[in-house]
Design a protein around this ligand. Structure first.
Ligand code: ADP
Ligand code: ZN
Length: 430
């Protein structure tokens, strides 16, 4: 297989040389084969030869989701249709989907990146990975599947849902590793709890990879504690292969973004200006090692920051922090900017809170947080419920500076989604 350590511990200088070489190839390939980029370059009066250093990337145009949608289905393809072996689409919750193509080599390279992530977190051939992401057009499950096979672990292509069967699979095949969304992991925990199953006694779980939607450090801790496992944050997006773009090492302190495959920039989402390491902004990614669909300066909408300093593990690829939110899921109530994750962080840090919650935007001034709390508190007495409601209200208020209405619900009241969870219900636009 690949020489893992060499590329992960590569010196910054050699890494930047490699990036430069691949960036030039990518720019040439995009310019030559994708009319969208050719037109854009001429509008900006630039040519591939103008990209002579890594900093020159700032001369290139951004690519947005709208561009991918506009050129759907084949407009962003840089190879012939015969060379393409796989299609994925990105969920497309708003409007038209985006088509993402892979050549044989792209499939292989995406799998190698995930394999790198798995090995980095200690996975070996004797591990059993239960893949609880949605199989199909979504990249989450399939890309992980191929990567795990490359490492040689046994993969159970369980997909999400049917929680009782999931539990049986885990027990029968001695699953050690889960690939799962944070919301489904919380739900799984609640089902196990109701069934009286003790993850430490009845299972062989060691770790889980959680990604595909934002979650807080508090949620990680809650899941780690319940299952007695290590939870690693996994970041990716279909436009950049899917999972395997950035992943936590065993330090669990930020995600190494594989800079031999992507160039990352953090920009101010309003002005497009580049921000220095350490500052928060929108993540922008350029593919460096893709045949079917090279993408230049893709605006991910994800808000994060590059963590300054070296990781203790010795890997030289820089780390990004947990995703704070998306530029498009920021909500504004009473003129205050709020990310749903700020509310989640507060909730998941409160012991009496169970697994599920929902934010309802009633009007431009009023927001309701509906939250499930542990069953035992519904014992017919109201005092502790009132106290808990006040505690939650106050904690949220001090985090987001807006006082929400809080509703306490019994576990199982709120809907559970199999894919990405819907946390915010916006009644203002209904
Ligand atoms: P869509 O953009 O249509 O939802 P994807 O299914 O490719 O398509 O989802 C990618 C998005 O999911 C990312 O841009 C990011 O917002 C979110 N995401 C993926 N992994 C994580 C993670 N570990 N933490 C937070 N958000 C994540
Ligand atoms: Zn590390």
């Amino acid at each position: 297989m690949f020489r893992q350590k060499d590329i992960e511990m590569i010196s910054r200088r050699a890494l930047e040389e490699l990036q430069m070489k691949r960036l030039k190839q990518t720019v040439r390939q995009a310019y030559k084969n994708i009319p969208f980029y050719k037109e854009y370059f001429s509008k900006l009066h630039i040519q591939p030869k103008d990209i002579a250093s890594l900093k020159d990337i700032r001369k290139l145009p951004f690519t947005t989701r709208e561009d991918l949608r506009e050129y759907y289905p084949f407009g962003m393809l840089a190879v012939t249709k015969e060379q393409v072996v796989r299609l994925h689409t990105s969920s497309g919750t708003t409007g038209k989907p985006k088509a993402i193509f892979f050549t044989k080599k792209d499939v292989d390279r995406a799998a190698e990146l995930i394999a790198r992530c798995l090995i980095m977190t200690g996975v070996a051939k004797d591990d059993v990975l239960q893949n609880m992401m949605t199989y199909g057009l979504f990249t989450g499950a399939l890309v992980m599947h191929y990567g795990a096979e490359k490492v040689g672990v046994l993969v159970i292509p369980a997909g999400p849902g049917n929680t009782k069967r999931q539990i049986a699979l885990m027990q029968d095949f001695k699953t050690t590793t889960l690939h799962i969304t944070p919301s489904y992991a919380l739900y799984l925990a609640s089902v196990m709890q109701n069934e009286g199953l003790d993850p430490q006694k009845n299972f062989t779980l060691r770790r889980a990879y959680l990604g595909s939607e934002p979650y807080s450090e508090e949620t990680r801790k809650k899941i780690e504690k319940f299952f007695h496992i290590d939870v690693y944050n996994s970041y990716g997006l279909s436009e950049m292969n899917g999972p395997g773009v950035a992943f936590e090492c065993r330090e669990k302190n930020g995600m190494h973004l594989w800079e031999d495959n992507f160039i990352m920039e953090i920009i101010d989402p309003d002005t497009g200006e580049t921000k220095p390491d350490g500052e928060k902004g929108e993540l922008v990614l350029t593919t460096l090692y893709r045949e079917a669909m090279p993408i230049l300066r893709y605006r991910t909408s994800d808000i994060t920051r590059i963590l300054p300093g070296k990781c203790k593990c010795g890997r030289t690829h820089r780390r990004i922090s947990r995703i704070i939110g998306r530029t498009d899921d920021m909500i504004i109530v009473r003129g205050v900017n709020i990310f749903p994750q700020q509310i989640e962080r507060v909730l998941m840090g409160i012991k009496a809170v169970a697994q599920n919650y929902q934010i309802v935007l009633e009007s431009y001034d009023q927001m309701t947080v509906r939250v499930e709390i542990v069953k035992e508190l519904f014992d017919g007495k109201v005092d502790h419920l009132v106290n808990l409601r006040n505690e939650i209200t106050e904690k949220i208020r001090s985090e987001i500076l807006v006082r929400p209405k809080v509703e306490l619900l019994e576990p199982g009241t709120l809907p559970v989604s199999e894919g990405k969870s819907i946390r915010v219900i916006d009644k203002r636009t209904l």
